[in-house]
Design a protein. Sequence first.
Length: 274
Amino acid sequence: MENLSTYFILFITYSFLGWVVEVINCSIVEKKVVNRGFLISPICPIYGCGAILITLVLTNYRDDWFVVFCMAVILCGLLEYFTSWIMEKLFHARWWDYSHNKFNINGRVCLETMIPFGILGLVIIYVLNPFFYNLLSYIPSNVSNIISLLLFIILIADMIISCNVISKVTSTVKNVAAQNKKDDTYEITAKAREILKTNWKGKRLLDAFPDLETIKEKVKKVANDAAEKAAEKVKKVASDTADKGKKAVEMSKKAIEKGKEVANKKIEINKKNR
């Protein structure tokens, strides 16, 4: 049984590796270096939480790789979904959004990101965990405890600073929303971005999350998208109805002409019989 300090060091290690993956992925997409992550430190805690969750729950299932894969997809999918929900409730902003991806659930998770979680679970259970456990076994327990304590203090300080910056954004959003009778969600978001730009931490957050939106802006976009889709459907139905109406008129005309032809033929036949 591993001790608490070992799990915490693993948490920080996987959080760092997750940050590396995010930076590489986002930098390729944005075509520039992006310092990804919510915190100042080069870590993404959601990856560390996911790795520890996989370690605690799935280690006993390592004899069946398929079970590990499927359960990793489910566990990490749930973790990402509820992390998105909690951060949205705390800061009134969406930090990532998969609404435009196929097979998404409320824009919080999608199949495209959940499948890699399964692969990641396999790598953690069969490759990384054995390697890190072996590496950490060479570190004396007292040294491991000191390292864990120092890392924990740094993490708490980082979280306090980061949450303080975001709390300013949240209060700004509320104040602007209260003063703005027209409910201009774009002005609210613009004000929030102005506050973020006033310090280096805020600027880094904007670079890390360029699609950051206030919830009101997100709701308005969703409503506009729904309205546009509804309008397109109405147009399509109207167009289809008009086409069907035209076809019905044409068929009626053809039927009338056919009836006239039949009537004329009958008249000619009657004349000949006389």
